[in-house]
Design a protein around this ligand. Structure first.
Ligand code: ATP
Ligand code: LTN
Length: 336
């Protein structure tokens, strides 16, 4: 007799900030995995606009970026009928739970966050309390959906640990309330580095556009940026300490082609960086081509984007409010 299991599907949740045009780093480190995991699990994916205001945003540009990132979620192939796609600020439970969790998080814990230390240096004129409490809002995003898995790039590992600590603390203080989430960090692409300084991660808010490839860059722009990527003077394509520029390009190439480092080294034995860079550029162009084409269709269809956001916010609120209600009841709030 055939046996069927009715075990509930695992839940995954992840978010991306609309703080600029997403990069190849965001794509290979996070978005590409979202699509793969969404086919297998129950997924919820959000545009983290509340997180993005920890850095000053121009209102008109911000509005456009939020809508563009939502279009990108569709363009990478996420299906709004299957996964919940939403805009964070349209689900008030995120702000509500974040405030509550702030009161269950220690100042000392937040002070140790490396992203806070980095960002307070790069935005020294605006070290606001939101920037400090950023990981608590992120914990609220995750815990509201009782997510089992959170697909992120390697830079978010520390924030995931805090989310786990907060969940465990609350569960111990009251009774089991939150699922304790696990990070999902891909083996390849988890840390794509800047093309101009391969010791720094590729970031969409980098002031130098040559340092990153945006997912919407045209093929000739991609070729130019890869051609001008910083490498070394050795001239041989191999993965080794001290060859961070080449290591980074090999990582990018491996992600786009599925080849291993050993295969790449064999394929480019005796060839120079010019040939290698041309091959990397071609692979990136082909990887991003369908995303860019679908993005062009979705981004102009404002009515559809609005409908996706509205339906997503409604579905997300239903799940989030259930968790928020439980939390408030346990703490002793008087519910209406
Ligand atoms: P900013 O550069 O504006 O601070 P960001 O790109 O670092 O933003 P998000 O937009 O919130 O931050 O990132 C979305 C996802 O992309 C996260 O899972 C993050 O870990 C991942 N990510 C960001 N940069 C990289 C990178 N260089 N390599 C791999 N993954 C990355
Ligand atoms: N902080 C994340 C973006 C983010 C996120 C989340 C990721 C906000 N909320 C919840 C996973 C789960 C970043 O990548 N900078």
């Amino acid at each position: 007799m055939e046996t069927t299991t009715n075990a509930p599907k695992k839940r995954i949740l992840s978010c991306i900030q609309p703080s600029g045009i997403p990069t190849l780093g965001n794509y290979l480190g996070a978005l590409k995995n979202w699509k793969t995991l969404a086919d297998e699990f129950d997924g919820a994916f959000a545009v983290a606009d509340l997180h993005a205001i920890t850095v000053r945003q121009d209102p008109a540009q911000f509005r456009k970026q939020i809508s563009d990132v939502l279009a990108l979620l569709l363009a990478i192939g996420l299906d709004p009928e299957k996964s919940i796609l939403f805009i964070q600020s349209q689900v008030p439970a995120h702000s509500q739970l974040a405030w509550i969790l702030n009161c269950y998080t220690q100042f000392g814990e937040m002070s140790r966050m490396t992203q806070f230390k980095d960002k307070s240096q790069s935005h020294a004129d605006n070290v606001n309390v939101g920037l400090f409490a950023y990981p608590v809002l992120m914990a609220a995003d995750i815990l509201l959906y009782q997510a089992d898995l959170v697909p992120v790039g390697a830079d978010q590992k520390q924030h995931l640990e805090i989310a786990r600590d907060i969940a465990q603390r609350f569960n111990t203080l009251y009774s089991p309330t939150f699922t304790v989430p696990e990070p999902y960090i891909g083996k390849q692409g988890a840390r794509v580095m800047s093309l101009q300084d391969p010791l720094k991660k590729m970031s969409k808010s980098d002031p130098n556009p040559k340092s990153y490839i945006s997912v919407f860059d045209a093929p000739d722009v991609i070729s130019k940026k890869i051609k001008s990527a910083v490498t070394d003077s050795e001239g041989s394509v191999r993965f080794a300490d001290g060859k961070e520029g080449i290591n980074n390009l090999m990582g990018i190439y491996a992600c786009c082609t599925g080849l291993t480092n050993a295969q790449i080294e064999a394929d480019f034995a005796g060839k120079g960086y010019g040939d290698f860079k041309a091959a990397v550029a071609e692979a990136v162009i082909e990887e991003l081509r369908p995303v860019r084409e679908r993005y062009t269709q979705y981004s102009t269809d404002k009515a559809y984007l609005k409908e996706v956001a509205a339906q997503g916010a409604e579905r997300a609120s239903r799940v989030a409010n259930r968790t928020l209600g439980k939390v408030m009841k346990k703490i002793g709030f008087v519910l209406p």
